[in-house]
Design a protein around this ligand. Structure first.
Ligand code: ADP
Ligand code: MG
Length: 290
């Protein structure tokens, strides 16, 4: 049986591991001129590990980790999962947290044993010289540094690192060849860790320290210059930018949460190589339709 080209291309994309929402989306994928990537959980495998634990004077290392893990427990952020896993591996008994709040691009806070615990980005939480020195040292070494505060005072700094996804450099190179435009890295992480990752995957246009709304602004800026942006991001944290982009593809985290309400397409297999494959497929389908 012969299917219309767009429908058969959607089925084909599905076999490649990309769930495409509609024929309209597939058509748009075929017109993409620029590709922008989120970093954490997109170009990296999304499973960072806690590699450094620094307590500031007055607090024990175990206490820093236990308080941070309690506050992070309800969060689904990859950094939060790493902190919780490290506390479990260290054999620290879990502690209950109340009044949990999460601020995308910043971090979390909660009440733990009656103390107000904040865990998140140095850009937001840092106002202390001693902690700033530790943050600079960890970031210089390529870590994502996260500050832990209790009742408004810094008590420690955590260093987290994750691995580049296999195939990331190849996918970036193929997309560069397909679009003829330099891919862009949009990340909330610090400029030092961002630059290190970008160099590894072959991206030279790096925009770091972005809040979710800054990612939206970056996408709009590229589109205002005539670009049709394909944003590859995290379905949970990058929802506004995914919605703002000409086309948004979310990493499906192995199918755990297929967020087709925020993105136009979802990668059901954790492989970045599927993205250039689907863009090429969408272009061929367009040529058959037009
Ligand atoms: P990315 O753009 O790299 O995916 P996010 O926008 O998710 O990063 O987060 C940006 C920064 O905000 C992180 O590098 C971290 O400093 C901080 N952050 C966000 N969520 C959390 C969290 N749950 N725990 C600790 N830090 C967080
Ligand atoms: Mg992310």
């Amino acid at each position: 049986a012969t299917m219309p080209p767009l429908l058969s291309a959607i089925a084909n994309a599905g076999r490649h591991g990309v769930l495409v929402k509609s024929a309209v989306v597939l058509e748009r994928l075929g017109t993409v001129t620029h590709v922008a990537f989120d970093k954490t959980g997109t170009l990296t495998d999304g499973a960072p590990r806690l590699t450094e634990l620094r307590a500031l004077p007055g607090t024990a290392e175990d206490e820093v980790l236990a308080l941070a893990a309690a506050a992070e427990h309800p969060s689904e952020h990859p950094l939060a999962r790493a902190v919780v896993a490290a506390a479990r591996e260290a054999g620290l008994p879990p502690r209950p947290a109340e009044a949990f709040t999460s601020t995308p691009g910043h971090g979390v806070n909660a009440l733990v044993d009656g103390r107000f615990v904040e865990v998140g980005s140095p850009a937001r939480l840092l106002d202390d010289e001693q902690a700033a020195g530790v943050v600079a040292e960890l970031e210089q070494a390529g870590h994502t540094a996260v500050v832990v505060k209790a009742d408004g005072r810094p008590i420690g700094v955590l260093g987290l690192s994750d691995r580049v996804r296999p195939g990331a450099a190849g996918a970036v190179a193929r997309l560069t060849a397909l679009t003829g435009a330099r891919p862009v890295l949009l990340t909330g992480d610090n400029p030092r860790a961002a630059a290190r990752l970008a160099a590894e995957v072959g991206i030279t246009d790096v925009r770091a320290g972005l809040l979710p709304q800054d990612k939206v602004a970056a996408v709009r800026e590229l589109e205002a210059a005539g670009g049709k942006v394909l944003l590859v991001g995290d379905g949970v944290n990058d929802a506004p930018a995914l919605a703002a982009a000409h086309t948004g593809i979310a990493m499906g985290r192995g199918g755990a949460d297929l967020t087709l309400d925020t993105a136009d397409a979802v990668i059901t297999r954790d492989e970045l190589a599927t993205i250039p494959a689907v863009v090429a497929l969408a272009r061929r389908a367009r040529r058959l339709v037009v």
